[in-house]
Design a binder for this molecule. Sequence first.
Ligand SMILES: [Zn+2]
Ligand SMILES: [Zn+2]
Ligand SMILES: [Zn+2]
Length: 458
Amino acid sequence: MDEKKPLLGSKAVISEGFVVNSPIQRYPGGTPQTQYPRETLVGAYSGGPSQQSDLPDGGPPQGGYPPQGGAGQPQPQSGTAVQQWKGEMHDQEVGDNRDAAAATLCTQPIEKMYEVPGYSNMGFDGSRVPPPSYEAATRQPTQRAEIQGLPQIDEIEARNALLQHVSEHCCYGSGAAQSLRFTDLKHSSAFHYTLETFGEARSTAWAYDPYTNQQIDGPQNGHAPGPWDILVAPPSMFKKQQSHIEVPHSAVIKPCHTCMAMGRVQCQKCFGRGRIQCTSCDGFGHKTVFRNGEHEHESCHWCHGDGSQSCCTCHGFGMVKCTCCQGHCSLKCYIKLTITWTNHLTDHIVERTALPDHLIRNVAGRVVFTETQQRVWAINHFPDAEINNASNRLVSQHTTAFPSEKILMQRHKVRIVPVTQAMYKWKDTDSDYFVYGFEKKVYAPNYPQQCCCGCTVL
Ligand SMILES: [Zn+2]
Ligand SMILES: [Zn+2]
Ligand SMILES: [Zn+2]
């Protein structure tokens, strides 16, 4: 290999020296092999230094830098087998580098090295893939059943509901609830329309795992299918979920770009020195103590006067295991398809009394209409025109609201929630409260006995 040729950052070099085609030559017939001969992978790599590397000239993989055992694998650090860092390092003793973890993260692009047809311009961030278009011409309104009314509560039920409500508030007095006189019960119905659109979004990104001789489903097995050609059914409908899968035939093996296939990288805590400044004496090797009325120099017990101490991150070796490949030197790179299912729910409440509308949302009522289809048709047969209008508006909104998603299913329903406004007289005062929902919940902001002594608030 040409010494000046960049090792990374060029697709040509990678395919020539490394991955994509070699399995085909070795294994005619394309059967995936569980054991890739390791020397093939590393042998192609060990030709020369990288000019795009962050590592300095004269550094790896020349000189004392290549791993022990020639083109073989460097062993993850253990005991004396681990080499000392021999690349560039600071002349002076260095302090504790607190950003060490961040500094060893993988930073170089993979996406420029290898292309899969149908997956161009893809990075690590998971860009969304637009879904195929939907043929709206198949939509037709369906036959729909008539809508039934609701049972109404009587005075006994209205009073019991209020007594229950009072008992749930420890400060409320129950006298008024027991003795109030009903003047009227006004029955009405609230309508709750909900439209759910269950959509699926797909995004793709490069991903990698340490290569540990696992099976590789690469291009030798065929073309990678397009992001929307991979059949994946949602685990359940109308629920938010996410799933990740490896795109078939997209995997390749490549040398780890972070450690240059060394398996280890310079320790960023000590910058490869293996030692850091003693934190006890700040590198002086001695401390000044006040003893017997005088200042005296005393050798630092911590570093024995040395001024430095062994780096606890790399145990003095100056190198640490590469977090990118976990010391395995090679990576399995593949395209990760992320499928996100989202249930978009919007609703509209029609409630024409003084009862706050939002209270209707969380109480039980009767579902008088429900329909589930890939695309629903706005309802037009409900007795209340406001519901029909809301359905029309929301169905139309949902048609274009989620352009990056494929709509898998829609469901809409209308619930009728009973509401009774109970008008009453108590101690010559007229007031009212509301009983709503099948649970007979009470909304009584004007209840007259709301403090501990049972006094009148009104
Ligand atoms: Zn010291
Ligand atoms: Zn270190
Ligand atoms: Zn690595």
